[in-house]
Write a protein that binds this ligand. Structure first.
Ligand code: CMX
Ligand code: CO
Length: 146
């Protein structure tokens, strides 16, 4: 079951400048940043709010790390802007299977690694009324050590 908006992915040419825009304009701070070589992106997650299921909602700012990355290709064609939306679920495998049964193309056979150790997959935008849609299961919260 999809229970929240996990993030909105925003493609940009210059991650540092875009981070600074969100900080200076709205006061949003970087919660986490990383490079995901498999996805070909350098990214910053800005936490917007916590959610009732223990998760959170973020903006995911994305800068391509290489010219053949999906985000680089998209930026060439569209310029900067909203690239995808991501729904949060406790079980990305089950939700991807259920969406696939409904005839929507799921882009990965098995979920791959996303931000902060999450597991992610994508649904083809042409099957989702023009919206590239990601499904995300956050990494389990580690229990505190005593
Ligand atoms: N939103 C909406 N439509 C999109 C899109 C997007 N982000 N990206 C591509 N499309 C559309 C194109 O406009 C194009 O439509 P037309 O045929 O009408 O022109 C069609 O889909 C095919 O696009 P393309 O430019 O030829 O691109 P590809 O088919 O090579 O790739 C896609 C498209 C969705 C398969 C690819 O972008 C993909 O695999 N995405 C998932 C991975 C990803 O985006 N990773 C980066 C984010 C990582 C993260 O969130 O952590
Ligand atoms: Co994303």
């Amino acid at each position: 079951m999809l229970t929240r908006i996990d993030h909105i992915g925003i493609a940009c040419f210059d991650l540092d400048k875009t981070v600074e825009f969100y900080r200076a304009t709205y006061g949003f701070e970087v919660f986490h940043s990383e490079v995901n070589e498999e996805q070909g992106v350098r990214e910053a997650m800005l936490k917007i709010n916590d959610t009732s299921d223990g998760g959170a909602s973020y903006l995911q700012l994305l800068e391509p790390t290489r010219p053949d990355s999906t985000v680089a290709k998209w930026l060439d064609k569209n310029g900067e802007g909203v690239h995808h939306i991501a729904f949060g679920t406790a079980d990305v495998d089950a939700d991807a299977a259920s969406v696939k049964e409904k005839g929507v193309r799921v882009l990965y056979e098995e979920p791959r690694r996303g931000s902060m150790g999450s597991r992610i997959t994508f649904l083809h935008p042409k099957d989702c009324h023009g919206v590239l849609t990601e499904l995300v299961t956050s990494a389990p919260v580690e229990s505190p050590e005593h």
